[in-house]
Design a protein around this ligand. Structure first.
Ligand SMILES: Cc1cc2nc3c(=O)[nH]c(=O)nc-3n(C[C@H](O)[C@H](O)[C@H](O)COP(=O)(O)O)c2cc1C
Length: 157
């Protein structure tokens, strides 16, 4: 990709979310920014996930994922979802099982749970399009976005 394009992409803004997933007793959480509402009726949300993510495998198997909107002051909270060990990621945060079985985080502004409706692979990320089956707003606050984060996700790998 041309260097100039990278700079341009770096000037776009994104929400930054915690995406959780599960399959049977396996659970995981990852940071995700390529996320968007794509339909109102039915209510559809798209999450673009690289095939080499552990989360990708879990979403494929369970057909579900959950997205959490976090507060702009929760930068430290995001670090829980960075390490390579999926068990460690959720071990130190409070969560419960949602309708879909996905972990629902306690410390967030809002969450929504989706059942995967269609899957598309137009490029190097898989687009999981999910229908919202549960959603709850838990707290008021300013949602975390790329404005609150140093660096931007370019999706190279
Ligand atoms: C700000 C930020 C945004 C990210 N957005 C995405 C995304 O939209 N899709 C994706 O596949 N990876 C994204 N990532 C990378 C994943 O969070 C990272 O590879 C994570 O370790 C995957 O976890 P897993 O392999 O346990 O599923 C992002 C990372 C950061 C720091």
């Amino acid at each position: 990709m041309q260097e100039g394009w990278k700079k341009t992409l770096g000037q776009m803004t994104y929400g930054i979310y915690v995406l959780t997933s599960h399959y049977e007793d396996e659970i995981n959480g990852m940071i995700a920014s390529w996320v968007s509402q794509i339909s109102y009726e039915p209510l559809l949300i798209m999450a673009a996930v690289h095939p080499n993510r552990y989360s990708h495998r879990l979403i494929e198997k369970s057909g579900s994922f959950a997205l959490h909107v976090i507060d702009s002051r929760q930068k430290d909270f995001l670090t829980h979802f960075k390490g390579p060990d999926p068990k460690a990621k959720l071990a130190s945060v409070r969560w419960k099982r949602g309708h879909t079985g996905c972990p629902i985080l306690h410390d967030c502004l809002a969450y929504l749970e989706c059942r995967v409706k269609t899957v598309h692979t137009p490029g190097n990320h898989t687009l999981f399009i999910g229908e919202v089956v549960a959603a709850e707003s838990l707290n008021e606050g300013r949602p975390f976005s790329s404005v609150d984060y140093d660096g931007i996700y370019l999706g190279q790998k």
